[in-house]
Design a binder for this molecule. Structure first.
Ligand code: ADP
Ligand code: ZN
Ligand code: MG
Length: 479
């Protein structure tokens, strides 16, 4: 059979660290970084005799996430212990939720080539993060850092509704943007605050049963998720085509070799010996509590998108890209508020900013400058202080060394030459150096003017005012 005869099936389990100030069961701070073991206390270090107390904000954030993804919110929920042994888990169990998650049966809409598609969510539950092992590079051992132990997480489990690496990527991007909009997680993938377990299987097209899946754990970049899925699909097809069987197992993706490796057999729920945590009370939510959270939800990407088309007259494509990330969308709104020129702001984001992000492999949340910077850049071009060409150089500089654009052009000496005398000098010089073009223009070849202006721009390193150059050339050529 050929590759086209197989269908890809993917389901994601996404972990998002919640941006509450304190941890889920103690009052230690959740902030990323910090010297090892400085954000911990007897509770998150699992000292005997300590008791957890559930942070109410965690429930609120999870309910927010559930409502923003069309879930039903369970009014009756609880915390369970998931037992396993690993050195980054000092209690030897993780407090999670088993059979009564806070949110169930939601969906997220993604755009595909065949139009909109609903990806169903099975559930969203709350749980605690584990600590982190720092492996000694000399192989002498590992040190455990418990700063992350007890940081609150939501786990968002999708149904196996995704049919390609591309769909998986759009789904994750959509989910990330929703979580950013409702401000429950900063979703910084490079810091591990958003990571996904990726489940992949294949089946012959037309069959109704799913194939055996493999699972790649803790993936935290879009690029590696897409590469890993593509690799894993090819590997599975090869196995089946060779008459083999897919083993249900947990795999590790290696970004350097671009391959997956077997880590361990897949564990089943019974291996975890789940049971209700006797140290915590059940979670009961009133209608009023849920209603209040619903009322407080901020504007979601879908509604911003519609507003951008309606209010700012942006195209569908512009509105889609700008609202794909809260950071981009905020950048757009902040800059537009100051510059009052939505089209120009959208243009800069869609072209030069998007291009730079792509080249540098950065996510929008890593943009180092603000909407105020972008607005000033646009203002300097509108005012004629700098040309568009210099504007592009300023933007590149904003990515390297964010500073006020007016400061940048002053320091770099990039201010546009608008002095008539200086412009005239360049024009005369260029005309002297290019007698053929001058003759061509005089013989009626209008195009020669463009060439001369280009030469003048080159000599002034893009700093000459283009309108003045044009006009001055015309005057001198027509003399
Ligand atoms: P766990 O991995 O913790 O055992 P589940 O059995 O609930 O949890 O499944 C986890 C994820 O695997 C879900 O996102 C689900 O959509 C996905 N999944 C389940 N079966 C398949 C399959 N055959 N192919 C691809 N993904 C699958
Ligand atoms: Zn603590
Ligand atoms: Mg899993």
């Amino acid at each position: 059979m050929s590759r086209e005869d197989y269908e890809v099936v993917i389901g994601l389990e996404v972990h998002a660290e919640l941006s509450t100030k304190t941890k889920i069961f103690c009052s230690c701070e959740t902030e990323f970084g910090g010297e090892p073991n400085t954000h911990c206390c007897p509770i998150c270090m699992a000292m005997p005799g300590t008791l957890p107390v559930l942070n109410e904000k965690v429930v609120e954030y999870a309910v927010k996430a559930g409502l923003a993804t069309n879930c039903e919110i369970s009014q009756d929920s609880k915390n369970d212990r998931k037992n396993y042994f690993y050195p980054d888990l000092p209690k030897a169990y993780q407090i999670s939720q088993y059979d009564k998650p806070l949110c169930e049966r939601g969906f997220v809409e993604i755009e595909t080539e065949e139009g909109k598609k609903k990806i169903r969510l099975t559930r969203i539950h709350i749980e605690e993060d584990a600590g982190k092992l720092n492996h000694d590079e000399f192989g002498r051992g590992s040190l455990v850092d418990l700063n992350r132990a007890g940081v609150p997480l939501i786990e968002i489990v999708s149904e196996p509704d995704l049919r390609s690496a591309k769909e998986a990527e759009s789904y994750l991007r959509k989910l990330k943007s929703i979580l950013e909009y409702i401000e429950v997680s900063d979703c910084k993938m490079q810091e591990g605050s958003l990571r996904a377990d990726v489940n992949v299987s294949i089946r012959k097209k037309g069959t109704s049963e799913f194939g055996t899946r493999t699972e790649m754990k803790n993936m935290n970049s879009f690029r590696s998720i897409v590469r890993a899925i593509e690799y894993e699909v090819e590997r599975q097809i090869d196995v089946v085509e060779d008459g083999g069987k897919i083993e249900q197992e947990t795999l590790r993706w290696d970004d350097v070799s671009g391959k997956t490796f077997s880590m361990r057999d897949k564990e089943d729920a019974e291996d975890y010996r789940y049971f209700p945590d006797p140290d915590l009370v059940a979670i009961r939510l009133s209608d009023e509590y849920i209603e209040n959270i619903k009322k407080g939800l901020p504007e979601l990407p879908e509604s911003r998108r519609a507003r951008y088309i309606d209010e700012y007259k942006l195209t569908e494509k512009e509105a889609n890209l700008l609202t794909s990330s809260k950071y981009l969308s905020d950048l757009f709104e902040d800059a537009t508020k100051i510059s009052k020129n939505p089209k120009a702001v959208a243009n800069w984001i869609m072209s030069d900013i998007a291009k730079t992000l792509n080249e540098k492999e950065l996510e929008p949340d890593q943009i180092p400058f603000t909407g105020e910077h972008l607005a000033e850049l646009i203002y300097l071009i509108e005012k004629g202080t700098i040309s568009n060409t210099i504007g592009k150089k300023v933007l590149a500089e904003l990515f390297e060394n964010p500073n006020k654009p007016s400061k940048i052009i002053e320091e770099k000496g990039w201010i546009q030459i608008s002095d008539e005398g200086a412009i005239k000098e360049v024009v005369i010089k260029v005309m002297e150096e290019n007698p053929q073009s001058v003759a061509d223009y005089k013989a009626g070849k209008e195009k020669a003017l463009g060439f001369l202006v280009g030469q003048a721009m080159k000599q002034t390193k893009g700093k000459a005012n283009p309108q003045m150059l044009n006009q001055m050339f015309k005057e001198e050529l027509n003399k």
